[in-house]
Design a protein around this ligand. Structure first.
Ligand SMILES: Cc1cc2nc3c(=O)[nH]c(=O)nc-3n(C[C@H](O)[C@H](O)[C@H](O)COP(=O)(O)O)c2cc1C
Length: 352
């Protein structure tokens, strides 16, 4: 049976208008990224993972604090940690701040995270994983979802062993990125596992990994029975890919649109992180936006070397003068400022 990408579905009581979910990505999924993904047709957006450990020791190296807006609904906020009680406390904070879904990270392969017993390690520490899901689900009224890798080692099927138990413990949806933690981002995501997981559980399964086009998204929906697809790296500096996947829109933007989206992103990120942090944070985005043959290569190099963001904006507008009108329109459509700043640190480490 063919599932329409533009059709709604549910995680628990939360209605999600399209089958496209914007992936949580540490160091990427700031509020500006999430709002942009939503504008281009993502039905659900996710925060990057926030550290629950930071709640108890407050000494985590962090990028900043989680900011969420009331317009961001439906929004999933992802938490990671290894102590059920601390996770439950963080979940309550996330719910109070307005998250529609609490997502738990059992996929992060980064050693700094796994060595604390959090992230992908929990796929092999199944009783603890179930205790975490149970404690979090009992602590909040909103649905709880879990994002997993296939397991720690190549070829592992741990996600299939633990998935049904997580559902019994209270998970209302599961996301599977079917690479092993060891693989990091190499090789390909083996979505035959996604199809197997769908057969094993009676909650929606979201397929994550290598969704780069509408055709791929539709094939995954049709062949695995997943409820939705998640788009990660393809959306970096490229909301047009989300538009193509979600609504079959043209994935090839004009230069003015690229510059307008990038400048909007720069301005929103400065508001969120402050100018100093944003300046370094934004550098990787220049290549992502301006690459893909949109601008000559040396242009990105030039931007990275500029000292201030004001100079970056100036150079961008010089390269695409028509962008000012596009930007004015985009800024006019922005929601009012009533964001909630949460006392949950955004980790600098990430992955899943
Ligand atoms: C830079 C980066 C950061 C990531 N951070 C997270 C994270 O914080 N939490 C998480 O569950 N997954 C994280 N992931 C994994 C993605 O959500 C996604 O599962 C993975 O990239 C595969 O999808 P893709 O092929 O569409 O990129 C991250 C991925 C990347 C590339």
């Amino acid at each position: 049976m063919t599932v329409e990408i533009q059709s709604s579905w549910r995680i628990g009581s939360v209605e999600i208008p399209t089958r496209v979910v914007l992936a949580p990505m540490a160091g990427v999924s700031v509020q500006a990224f999430r709002r942009q993904g939503r504008r281009f047709g993502a039905g659900l957006v996710c925060s990057e993972m926030v550290s629950c450990a930071g709640l108890s020791h407050g000494n985590e190296r962090t990028l900043g604090y989680l900011r969420i807006g009331r317009d961001e609904t439906p929004l999933a906020v992802q938490i990671f940690g290894s102590e059920p009680g601390v996770m439950a406390e963080a979940a309550r904070m996330v719910e109070d701040a307005g998250a529609d879904i609490v997502d738990i990270n059992f996929g992060c392969p980064v050693r700094k995270v796994t060595k604390t017993g959090a992230g992908a390690t929990l796929l092999e520490d199944r009783d603890r994983a179930c205790s975490i899901v149970g404690a979090v689900a009992a602590a909040v009224d909103v649905p709880v979802s879990v994002k997993m890798r296939r397991g720690l080692e190549d070829g592992s099927r741990a996600a299939l062993a633990v998935g049904p138990r997580l559902v019994e413990s209270g998970a209302a949806a599961l996301t599977l990125h079917p690479r092993s933690a060891k693989q990091m981002y190499t090789g390909t995501a083996d979505h035959s596992l996604t199809a197997e997981l769908v057969e094993l559980v009676d909650v929606p399964v979201i397929a994550s990994g290598d969704v780069t086009s509408r055709a791929r998204a539709q094939t995954l929906l049709d062949e695995t029975g997943c409820a939705a697809v998640m788009v990660g790296r393809a959306a970096q500096g490229n909301p047009w890919a989300v538009g193509e996947i979600a609504s079959a829109k043209d994935g090839d933007p004009a230069r003015e649109e690229v510059v307008a989206e990038l400048v909007l992103f720069i301005r929103a990120t400065v508001q969120e992180l402050g100018e100093k942090r944003a300046t370094g944070f934004l550098k990787k985005f220049y290549g992502w936006y301006l690459g893909r043959g949109r601008f000559p290569k040396p242009f990105k190099q030039e931007l990275v070397q500029l000292a201030t963001l004001a100079e970056v904006e100036e150079r961008l507008f010089a390269a695409a003068p028509g962008a000012t009108d596009v930007l004015a329109r985009l800024e006019g459509e922005l929601p009012g400022e009533d964001d909630v700043l949460l006392d949950l640190p955004i980790s600098v480490y990430g992955g899943g």
